[in-house]
Design a protein. Structure first.
Length: 77
């Protein structure tokens, strides 16, 4: 019997708050928790009581920030 291991793509992997904080520009883990509480980041997934976020959700948040910055730039006279 062959067992095939399927590795998640970069976007589908779960990352801890320390890595999320690093991806967001080395903010504090407390800042990550605040973003979750405000609803800017989705609620974490618990893995053995350790909170994790999907890598793709963090990148989606960064893209929203980037798009918001770009759209605000166009609206300034």
């Amino acid at each position: 019997m062959n067992i095939v291991t399927v590795l998640p793509s970069q976007e589908d992997r779960l990352i801890d708050f320390k890595e999320v904080a690093h991806l967001l520009g080395d903010v504090s883990e407390r800042s990550v928790r605040r973003l979750i509480a405000r609803g800017d980041l989705p609620r974490p997934v618990k893995v053995l009581s350790s909170p994790r976020l999907y890598h793709s959700d963090v990148w989606a948040y960064l893209e929203r920030l980037k798009n918001k910055r770009t759209s605000n730039r166009h609206s300034i006279p």
